[in-house]
Write a protein that binds this ligand. Sequence first.
Ligand SMILES: Nc1ncnc2c1ncn2[C@@H]1O[C@H](COP(=O)(O)OP(=O)(O)OP(=O)(O)O)[C@@H](O)[C@H]1O
Ligand SMILES: [Mg+2]
Length: 250
Amino acid sequence: MAASDALLEVSDIHTYYGDSYVLHGLSLSLTPGKIVVILGRNGMGKTTLVRSIAGLTPPRRGEIKFEGRPLTSTAAYGIAQRGIALVPQGRRIFKSLTVRENLMLPTSTLAKSKKRASHTGKQWNLKEVLDEFPQLADRIGNLGSALSGGEQQMLAIGRALMANPSTILMDEPSEGLAPKLVQQVQEILLRLRSEGHAILLVEQNLGLALAVADEINVISSGRFVFHGSSDELSKNTEVLDNHLGVAKGH
Ligand SMILES: Nc1ncnc2c1ncn2[C@@H]1O[C@H](COP(=O)(O)OP(=O)(O)OP(=O)(O)O)[C@@H](O)[C@H]1O
Ligand SMILES: [Mg+2]
């Protein structure tokens, strides 16, 4: 892939929490219409990578460029305004707000992003999101606290889409979901890819990752230990055994 095709370029980032050195020089790039997956066990730095890009835990060294311009010194809010949406691990919806209020939050706070030239063919609005997630339409007036885990995940994804992002960072969207809902997450990921979004997907569900990934990076203790396609990872028993805890034959 030519560097000029990349929407987001992460180059050799090093991220810390205080004295704790967590990301040891990670690089990747995201392109419209492609899904890049980060796989890795608990505590390896997946969320820290997502937080580094979203500006929540900025890297201490290295560079992140978005649309060719540095993002590294931009605050989280500015990064969201430029078109990068985060679907955080554990949903993080507002439980005391209704489904509608949760969905409308980005449109009030990120009004500027509506004027941004979209990289994708689609402009999301409340109707489009409710068409995509019929289970939310049925519960539009319910409080977030009344939703099931699966409904909360769909709300978190729907809320991210309401900002019309070009780039979507999803942190373990399938965590704790029943297989049928994992399937729904897979379908939405493929649809978002076909609409031209650039997607970074953090996962521990190997089946989902292999099914949707254009590229996979496996992370271990803050370093990438594998980069390749789903086919290449499926055949790499060393990485599967040592870094993903998948027994041979799976
Ligand atoms: N706020 C924090 N302060 C200090 N250390 C942290 C903080 N958040 C995470 N860490 C540490 O950084 C390392 C990477 O954590 P991170 O949350 O990025 O892992 P992860 O791969 O997302 O794990 P999981 O799969 O459990 O979500 C871990 O050792 C973790 O304990
Ligand atoms: Mg995490």
